[in-house]
Write a protein that binds this ligand. Structure first.
Ligand code: REL
Ligand code: ZN
Length: 404
């Protein structure tokens, strides 16, 4: 077998741990998104549809989801040729499910819904080669909280909780209302008592969720004031330390750049990495999983990760999750870090997206790996099949499991 075939086969056979998604188990009912309408109303496609639509934003969002999906379909797939990564992704999903393209969306809808059954979620994960997904669990979200409060049972080996604390860091006014409602007395001012109570709130949720890590996405201009850094350093980090949890930092979004687009309206800014350097240096015992949204600064971030053992870079996040940028960033990481990084996460919101996000990523990463192994063979190193399997398992499972 040639290297290219072995790599392809190993990538196909290795079930991955998808270490950051927005997926939920079927037991979480409405939160578990599946089907054609959810796929088409993924916020990447909504943003793209609006590039052509003249309809005003509000009237679009007031439409029922199926009508929104009809419009996306007509705009991007019928009246035009779908070329963006997100649009091609929908076609990859259909192809993976052996559903042929049809201009009539209803034909596709019914073919897809015929497949949905009780073990649909498992089937999608199996087909995508994903053994487990890490969720995003927000204790400030009423719908999500309910499942933890009533202890909805689910398979924790397959759906791994992660405690998301963005609302705490980026919106104290709203966060403190919920913390208060949960019975912890916090005031507007971050007094010692308030910080203690906030930590107690976090401990409570760590206990309830049993997360694999704590996560926060830090906007491009974080920290905007002393309160934001105090909440991170005096509440979140101490609780991570006590509980031995790593902190995942997803840095760089410019939230609500165009608020009319709702969830689709976030943009990207350039994060000042000196704050991350400071965190890594000041808290050497704390493990940080880090991904950054801007293309700018990826090189500096990679060098930073080479200097600190407490950092694990992961994924090509959101707008960076395209073949061109995955190639660029992953190649750079191999050059600087060897195999000490987590090449990809999917960020899926809809179950079937696993099929395209992982297929596309595997294809790009295969090319990079084949080139690497070939260079090594040219230098006289014999690359065994087992080595390739070991390396792929390391990057797509072991690096994450060991680090957390
Ligand atoms: O976890 C996040 O903050 C982001 O990944 C999301 O906010 C974003 O909307 C997501 O869909 C990107 O892929
Ligand atoms: Zn995400």
């Amino acid at each position: 077998m040639r290297i290219a075939e072995i790599v392809k086969e190993a990538l196909e056979q290795t079930e991955v741990t998808d270490m950051h998604t927005h997926l939920f188990p079927g037991e979480f009912n409405d939160l578990c998104l599946t089907g054609m309408d959810e796929l088409l109303t993924f916020h990447y496609l909504i943003a793209e549809t609006f590039l052509w639509l003249e309809e005003d934003y509000d009237s679009f969002f007031q439409r029922p989801k199926s009508e929104q999906a009809d419009l996306v379909w007509k705009t991007l797939f019928v009246d035009r040729t779908p070329t963006s990564e997100a649009a091609v992704g929908v076609l990859t999903v259909l192809q993976s499910l052996n559903i042929s393209f049809d201009h009539d969306l209803n034909v596709i809808r019914s073919r897809l819904s015929q497949m949905e059954g009780s073990d649909y979620v498992q089937a999608m994960m199996k087909r995508a080669g994903v053994s487990a997904v890490v969720m995003t669990n927000n204790p400030f979200d009423p719908q999500e909280r309910r499942h933890y409060e009533k202890e909805t049972p689910f398979n924790r080996d397959q759906f791994i909780p992660a405690l998301r604390v963005d609302p705490l860091l980026n919106g104290w006014e709203n966060a403190r209302t919920i913390i208060n409602e949960d019975g912890y007395q916090v005031s507007e001012e971050l007094t010692e008592h308030t910080l203690e109570q906030t930590k107690a709130f976090l401990r409570h949720w760590v206990k309830k969720m049993d997360p694999i890590y704590v996560a926060a996405s830090l906007p491009w201009d974080f920290p905007r004031d002393k309160n934001e850094s105090a909440l991170l350093e005096k509440c979140v980090l101490p609780v991570c330390e006590e509980t031995g949890l790593s902190l995942s930092l997803m840095i760089g979004p410019k939230r609500a750049l165009n608020p009319d687009l709702h969830l689709a309206g976030d943009g990207v800014g350039i994060f000042d990495l000196s704050y991350i350097e400071y965190l890594c240096k000041t808290y050497p015992q704390q493990k940080f999983l880090i991904t950054m949204l801007s293309r700018e600064g990826q090189y500096e971030l990679t060098v930073l990760a080479q200097k600190f053992r407490n950092v694990m870079l992961f994924g090509c996040w959101w707008f960076l999750n395209t073949p061109q940028l995955i190639t660029e960033i992953t190649t750079m990481r191999f050059d600087q870090l060897g195999m000490k990084f987590i090449p990809q996460h999917s960020d899926c919101r809809v179950m079937e997206q696993l099929l395209y996000k992982w297929k596309h990523s595997r294809e790009v990463i295969a090319e990079i790996l084949v080139e690497r192994y070939q260079t090594l063979e040219d230098k006289g190193l014999v690359i065994e099949k087992d080595t390739i399997h070991r390396d792929i398992d390391l990057m797509f499972n072991v690096n994450f499991r060991n680090f957390t």
